[in-house]
Design a protein around this ligand. Structure first.
Ligand code: PEP
Length: 250
């Protein structure tokens, strides 16, 4: 039985003040006990959030360095430093970092491995652009992104990782994949894992991300291969985020 996860990606949003308000809102939520809840604040606020939210909500980083340990790498944060701060997870391969920052597969492989070496759980984000979907290339693209990690690091790394399917055209656009569209991709991802290791495939949590809100969460999370969500914009509102977490618990 896979325990659902709902994770909030705050992206580059927040000030000390707004983060304090969001923390208060999160502390006041009645969260379902069967759901793992995590938030990914900007790195600057990670300590504030860890101190503020308590143990019920895990805290993750939106990015981490290609090297596991601290050293001469200006501007980066080592996964060992994130672990030392109390982080549990890290996003790897979010489409904004792939597309806007230009992170390559080679870089993502190193980030994934470095994060795991420090005990962090990587949340590997994969997904196709609108152009690729319209060209019927969704499964090819998503399959290639997943294979890049499997080929380099082995299938066993997914025993301690989460995968988030996030169609790029649905991120921050208000457009959501239909539950069936999302399920089709999730099923293909699980089959791809199963071709290498059935047990890993059965146990790996597959999240959907892309304009999830309280209004559409229950339908998406009701699909057999969707084990929760990675939530961007809607995670900045504690009440909305709480409602999405409860949808995953039903
Ligand atoms: C995201 O950034 O991972 C995301 C899914 O964003 P949104 O929910 O705003 O589409």
């Amino acid at each position: 039985m896979r325990r659902p996860i709902v994770a909030g990606n705050w992206k580059m949003h927040g000030t000390r003040d707004s983060v304090a308000k969001l923390i208060k809102g999160l502390r006041d939520l009645a969260l379902p006990s069967g759901v793992e809840v995590a938030v990914f604040p900007p790195s600057l606020y990670i300590n504030q959030v860890i101190e503020g939210v308590g143990k019920v909500i895990a805290v993750g980083a939106q990015n981490s360095a290609i090297e596991p340990e601290q050293g001469a790498l200006t501007g980066e944060i080592a996964p060992s430093q994130l672990a030392d701060a109390g982080c549990k997870l890290v996003l790897v391969g979010h489409s904004e970092r792939r597309q806007i920052i230009g992170e390559s597969e080679a870089v993502l492989i190193r980030k994934f491995a470095a994060a795991q070496a420090c005990g962090l759980t990587p949340v590997l984000c994969i997904g196709e652009t609108l152009e690729e979907r319209e060209a019927q290339k969704t499964l090819e693209i998503v399959g290639r992104q997943l294979d890049s990690i499997i080929d380099a690091l082995g299938i066993e790394v997914f025993a301690n990782a989460v995968i988030a399917y996030e169609p790029v055209w649905a991120i921050g656009t208000g457009l959501t994949a239909t539950p069936q569209q999302a399920q089709d991709v999730h099923e293909a991802i699980r089959k791809q894992l199963a071709a290498k290791n059935a047990e890993v495939a059965q146990n790996t949590r597959l999240l959907y991300g892309g304009s999830v809100k309280a209004a559409n969460a229950a339908e998406l999370f009701g699909m057999p291969d969707i084990d929760g969500g990675l939530i961007g914009g809607a995670s900045l509102n504690a009440d909305e985020f709480g409602a999405i977490c409860r949808a995953a618990g039903n």
